[in-house]
Design a protein around this ligand. Structure first.
Ligand SMILES: Cc1cc2nc3c(=O)[nH]c(=O)nc-3n(C[C@H](O)[C@H](O)[C@H](O)COP(=O)(O)OP(=O)(O)OC[C@H]3O[C@@H](n4cnc5c(N)ncnc54)[C@H](O)[C@@H]3O)c2cc1C
Length: 389
């Protein structure tokens, strides 16, 4: 009888080509060697493992889906697999790469000038410069159009005022893509570390994503030169939402990684832990949980793969990404919870991973559009009726 210690019950490996499998293997080894040994300690301390950033740059993980300007151009499926393997380690590590790649490099690549691209993209691809994305505000979350941060033209500058909240990488970023209203229309600006009036205090005491930096961004009469406006952001809020669509794609894959880590841990534990003089894996109720996990992980991997294929052929719509995000994150969250159950008391300490994933996934469930909001996006796509305001 074969035992599946990695969740590949349906031989999904065969979906990927040799290059994609090699990339996945490389990132998996990086996570095993460089992330896993210290991640529990980082989560305890509430710190991000900044020392791994140069190596991630060398391995081509930043902007891996982008073409030119020092980016690896590996395609959507390989980019997905990178995120999957990173989140097998920790959602905070995957978040760092998603934000850098999809929320900062992608908008510069898509909406920026040649000068902006040359200035930022090669250095960000190498991991020498860090980026963040400031859309959410304290009173403007699911409804980003209600943002209060403003920009006004003053001579050769724009002057920004307002504040952003819950910004991943905020305090460690060299550049922030900041969304602000200019004459009532949302535009994207490159705000650089050290600009007078700009500060990025870190938010502490989180239960979730502890190995990730989350910050406020504060703008008090920050003068931003005209050349720091992203010209392609003239399409308004849609530009910001398109960035989020890119980042959500990485979450669809990342969630498979977190769920797989929990399944793997629960399966191992169930086979080793003995009660009533037999392994707990022999009890039907434990088997039911493991079967639910492997079935849902298999379906989640298929959904991610199909989404990747649609993306590579230019056919992926925003509602496909929404369905992927809402399904795969909720599967991952339930897998983490079931793994915690199977581990019994041992599941609540950080010698094991499942509770760290469980807490992390609470943020992933909420950020980049909450589970409810994505449900309404898919609801509109299937009914033609708009419930989301
Ligand atoms: C760890 C972390 C990192 C983050 N990183 C970033 C970042 O880098 N950049 C950034 O800009 N933002 C970031 N965010 C913010 C995140 O995107 C927002 O938290 C998210 O959009 C939800 O906004 P909110 O928290 O204000 O919740 P709210 O919008 O206030 O929602 C509260 C509840 O109401 C529900 N709700 C709201 N509107 C509706 C509706 N129309 N119909 C039904 N239900 C509704 C929601 O589903 C939710 O359950 C991050 C958040 C976290 C937790």
């Amino acid at each position: 009888m074969t035992h599946y210690t990695q969740p590949d019950f349906f031989a999904l490996d065969e979906l990927f080509d040799d290059d994609q499998r090699l990339i996945r293997q490389t990132v998996r080894r990086f996570v095993d060697d460089r992330v896993m040994p210290g991640i529990a300690q980082h989560a305890r301390a509430g710190t991000f493992p900044l020392d791994i950033v140069p190596e991630m740059g060398r391995l081509g993980m930043f902007g891996a889906n982008l073409e030119g300007h020092g980016c690896a151009d590996l395609g959507a499926i390989a980019y997905g697999l990178i995120n999957q393997e990173l989140e097998r380690g920790d959602s905070g590590v995957r978040s760092f790469v998603s934000v850098q790649s999809s929320l900062c490099m992608w908008p510069i690549h898509t909406f920026g000038t040649e000068e902006q691209k040359e200035r930022w993209l090669p250095a960000m691809a190498r991991g020498e410069k860090v980026g963040c994305f400031g859309l959410t505000e304290a009173e403007s979350g699911s409804d980003p159009g209600s943002m209060k941060t403003t920009a006004r033209r003053d001579g050769g500058d724009y002057v920004l005022n307002g504040a952003k909240m819950w910004i991943t990488n905020g305090s460690i970023a060299d550049v922030a893509i900041v969304w602000a209203k200019l004459d009532g229309a949302v535009r994207g600006f490159l705000v650089e570390k050290g600009m007078r009036g700009f500060s990025a205090p870190q938010i502490h005491n989180k239960f979730s994503l502890r190995a990730s930096v989350t910050s406020e961004l504060v703008f008090e009469d920050v003068r931003v030169p005209l050349e720091n406006l992203l010209p392609g952001s003239e399409i308004g809020l849609r530009a910001a939402l398109e960035c989020l669509n890119q980042a959500r794609y990485s979450i669809v894959w990342g969630a498979v990684g977190a769920a797989s880590a929990c399944y793997d841990e629960a399966l191992r534990y169930a086979r080793e832990r003995r009660q009533f003089d037999r392994p707990i894996a022999r009890f039907q109720l434990v088997q039911q949980k493991l079967v639910w996990m492997i079935t849902e992980i298999t379906k989640a991997q298929l959904l991610a793969f199909r989404l990747g294929r649609l993306k590579e052929s230019g056919k992926a719509k925003h509602y496909h990404v929404s369905m992927g995000k809402l399904n795969n994150v909720s599967v991952a969250l339930k897998c983490a919870r079931l793994a915690r159950e199977i581990l019994g008391a041992a599941g609540i300490i950080d010698d094991y991973q499942c509770s760290r994933h469980l807490c992390n996934l609470e943020s992933v469930y909420t950020y980049e559009g909450t589970h409810d909001i994505h449900t309404l996006v898919v609801g509109e796509a299937v009914t033609g009726e708009r419930a989301l305001y």
